[in-house]
Write a protein that binds this ligand. Structure first.
Ligand code: ATP
Length: 453
């Protein structure tokens, strides 16, 4: 049985140390979560899987890690300062504040059902900062609401340092901050979250081809790398395009209460480089951009063959890492009836995404030979550099298996009395619960095979 609701995942995350409410002992803070010992491992594994696909498996994408705090002018010319907002309405009866476009029924309060609701007003989503010793409290900088803009303004830096012909991309993984009106759905909508975004710079005449290529490439990644079944994913074209977009589609995952966005793929034309470039009038900019009198750098591309100097188009892929982890956990979560009438909860994660790669378990607690043998196996596995390896020494094998099923550990290695006689251990496989005897010397190789799938 799959997860009935996100609450199943919330409970598991708290119980097993994946995700905690932020500032919990002081009553929490809406839209902020803390990732615990297994949550950090899983987030790291998802980031690595994305970076492997975007950077290490290709020769046309560079990495970047830009600052989270940024000059206000950047957000003026990107258009965020004037128009990065959501429509806020307030219920005059109960005072609830809601994001109008996400209400169940826009004529009725989500909280009390009253129809006495204010007209929508634009609510700024960026979090302003007042930084520096001379600050008088006025906003002079922002926390970034996305990674994308901080990539565009580094276009020339990256291209000068690492020359590329079009098409090429720059990608980033990092935090973004939005003052969301109503954070909801656990880590689905947060005020501090993490994005993995890639900006692919193309010749304007090739934009449609690369938009289609990235749609396919990204959807394949969700199924092949994250292991999400294809029938749980779909493309949803945007009903209304943002002013800068020529085309936009979301990848949606089927959450327990319906399909919702996990990644966006956008054809942003020349809006971004055109907005931030110096000497805009030197170029034929197609998108409607704000006149820029502050930029110090031309963000154009010179084609060595044609001699043409122009503003490339951008195809963007923008994924939420927290939403990806939530979707992976939901689709891996299995509440399973066992033949003996008992049940177990198991996270059937791809081994590469599992927070713990292998657990080594001495069958009894107070037998020094068992512990020493288990520690030696643990050390051999650590040397593989595949991630977190755990040694369990509680002597309660049933409890240990339950715990590792719930956190998705692909394989448990049990050291028992037979181990001391013949040098073999029991290898228990998470999904099938099948057990086999394996010689200690073969354990690292077998674990590597399992992790590399
Ligand atoms: P939404 O329509 O859900 O507000 P968006 O279209 O504004 O999202 P983008 O700006 O395209 O989102 O951001 C790219 C990705 O970042 C989204 O697909 C999502 O996975 C993630 N994301 C956006 N906002 C949040 C948030 N508040 N909390 C968690 N993840 C988010």
């Amino acid at each position: 049985m799959p997860a009935k609701s996100v609450n199943d995942i919330v409970a598991l995350c708290k119980r097993r140390g994946f995700i905690f409410t932020g500032s919990e002992i002081y009553g929490g803070l809406g839209g902020a979560y803390d990732y615990g010992p297994y949550g950090v491992e899983m987030m790291k594994n998802i980031r690595n899987a994305w970076w492997n696909a975007m950077v290490y498996s290709r020769n046309d994408i560079e990495g970047l890690d830009a600052a989270l705090i940024s000059n206000r002018l950047m957000w003026k010319y990107s258009g965020h300062e004037s128009s990065f907002s959501d429509p806020l309405v307030e219920c005059k009866k109960c005072g609830a504040r809601m994001r109008q476009d996400k209400m169940r029924d826009q004529t009725k309060c989500d909280n009390c059902g009253s129809t006495d609701i204010t007209e929508p007003r634009a609510y700024q989503l960026m979090m302003g900062l007042s930084i520096g010793a001379t600050a008088d409290g006025a906003i002079n900088a922002y926390l970034r609401p996305e990674t994308a803009t901080t990539t565009y303004v580094n276009f020339k830096n990256v291209l000068d340092a690492c020359p590329h012909k079009l098409p090429f991309g720059i990608c980033q993984i990092g935090k973004a901050f939005r003052n969301e009106i109503s954070p909801r759905g656990f880590v689905f909508r947060m005020r501090e979250f993490e994005q993995a975004e890639m900006q692919y710079f193309v010749n304007p005449q090739d934009d449609e081809k690369y938009f289609e290529m990235w749609k396919k490439t990204r959807l394949d990644w969700w199924t092949n790398v994250l292991g999400i079944p294809a029938d749980k994913l779909r493309f949803k074209p945007h009903d209304k395009l943002a002013h800068y977009a020529k085309a936009a589609v979301d990848i949606e995952y089927e959450f327990p209460d319906g399909f919702d966005e996990v990644e966006g793929i956008h054809n942003r034309q020349d809006f971004d480089l055109g907005s931030h470039t110096k000497s805009q009038s030197d170029f034929k900019i197609n998108a409607n951009v704000l006149k820029n009198s502050d930029s110090t750098t031309k963000l154009s591309y010179s084609d060595a063959q044609t001699g043409e100097n122009f503003i490339p188009y951008v195809i963007e892929t923008a994924m939420g890492v927290n939403r990806a982890m939530l979707a992976v956990m939901l689709s891996a979560y299995t509440d399973e009836q066992l033949p003996d009438g008992k049940s177990r909860i198991v996270l059937k994660l791809k081994p590469a995404l599992a927070p713990v790669k292998a657990a080594v378990i001495p069958l009894a607690r107070n037998v020094p030979e068992l512990l020493t043998t288990a520690e030696n196996i643990e050390n051999d596995l650590r040397k593989l550099g595949i991630g977190r390896i755990e040694l369990e020494n509680s002597g309660n094998i049933g409890k240990n298996y339950r715990r590792h099923d719930e956190i998705g550990t692909p394989v448990c290695i049990t050291v028992d009395h037979q181990t001391l006689e013949d040098g073999t251990i029991t290898m228990r496989h998470r999904d099938t619960m099948a057990q086999e005897r394996v010689a200690i010397a073969d354990v690292p190789r077998r674990v590597l095979e399992i992790i590399n799938g």
